[in-house]
Design a protein around this ligand. Structure first.
Ligand code: SF4
Ligand code: SF4
Length: 288
């Protein structure tokens, strides 16, 4: 019998300036009639949809979007930002982030820690613009475009379909400019597509729900947090525990994850996918 479960509509990390994962059809219907003042335009866009927009130093609203906003961070965002700042992931997490448990999926979300006061400025914004611009997070790259993932399961096969939406905030004058893009062109121009590629395997876990029954002691959340956001701790875990004895991994691969942080991040995603039953592409050693 054909089983179609498309009631898991998960908004992904770049959905809105105040994002949160959402997970059901009911919510999307509610979203189609957004609450007053929601800046999200209630129309699903594709890569071919058109956008008339430009943003540049000197525009009257320059940096107006860099405060009073919740910016969710992905593992690749954290890697780029902590390396840009030349600090450890522990220090980055401590100084620049806060976390919360997503109500719908149960996974920990990481957010950029904004400043105090009414403006809640981003710690990296100055009058001249973003001080980490070439390493800014994916959500900043996408803006004013939001991104969602429509996840559905048909006969045990999971299909994730990305979609997009516009975020129109009153202060943003970029929509008055004449430059035209498709959403695909905007993603490329902002290197958001590269960030999506780096995080794709992780997002696939992030949009699945972890139930309280599955994670009574919070251990899964803890492992998810470390493997997702704290690459230095994850490295210690890999190389200072018995983990490498548990899986069949060739020496060349082990050397790569030891020396290459990006490869280690990808291994973290593989490990999470294995642990949470998303995909068993890691092989256990006999007797492990
Ligand atoms: S990281 Fe940069 S682009 Fe993003 S909100 Fe902060 S200052 Fe703005
Ligand atoms: S508010 Fe809009 S146009 Fe102004 S700086 Fe931000 S993204 Fe650019």
């Amino acid at each position: 019998m054909k089983k179609e479960d498309d009631n898991q509509l998960n908004d992904s990390i770049n959905e809105s300036p105040r994002p949160g994962l959402e997970d059901d059809r009911k919510h999307i219907e509610e979203q189609a009639r957004p609450p007053k003042q929601s800046p999200v335009v209630p129309e699903q866009l594709s890569l071919d949809s058109k956008l008339k927009f430009a943003c540049y130093p000197g525009i009257s609203c320059f940096t107006a979007c860099c405060g009073n906003i919740d910016i969710m961070l992905t593992p690749y965002d954290v890697l780029r930002m902590k390396n840009r700042l030349g600090i450890s992931s522990d220090e980055f997490l401590e100084k620049y982030t806060r976390s919360r448990i997503d109500e719908k999926t149960g996974w920990p979300q990481l957010l950029l820690l904004m400043g105090e006061g009414e403006e809640r400025p981003c710690p990296f914004v100055t009058e001249e613009g973003c001080t980490i611009y070439s390493d800014r997070p994916a959500m900043c790259r996408y803006y004013p475009v939001g991104q969602g993932i429509h996840r559905r399961e048909i006969e045990g096969e999971v299909e994730n379909r990305e979609f997009y939406m516009l975020i129109r905030e009153d202060h943003c004058r970029g929509f008055e400019e004449d430059k035209r893009w498709t959403i695909a062109e905007w993603r490329e121009n902002q290197e958001a597509s590269h960030y999506d590629e780096m995080n794709r395997d992780w997002k696939d876990i992030f949009i699945r729900r972890v139930t309280r029954e599955e994670d009574e002691d919070g251990r899964r959340q803890q492992i998810f947090f470390i493997a997702s956001y704290n690459i230095d701790q994850f490295r210690k875990f890999v190389f200072e525990s018995r983990l490498l004895d548990v899986f069949v991994l060739d020496d060349e691969y082990v050397d790569r994850i030891r020396e290459d942080e990006l490869e280690l991040m990808r291994f973290a995603f593989r490990y999470l996918r294995f642990l949470f039953g998303v995909e068993k592409d890691l092989e256990l050693r006999e007797g492990a």
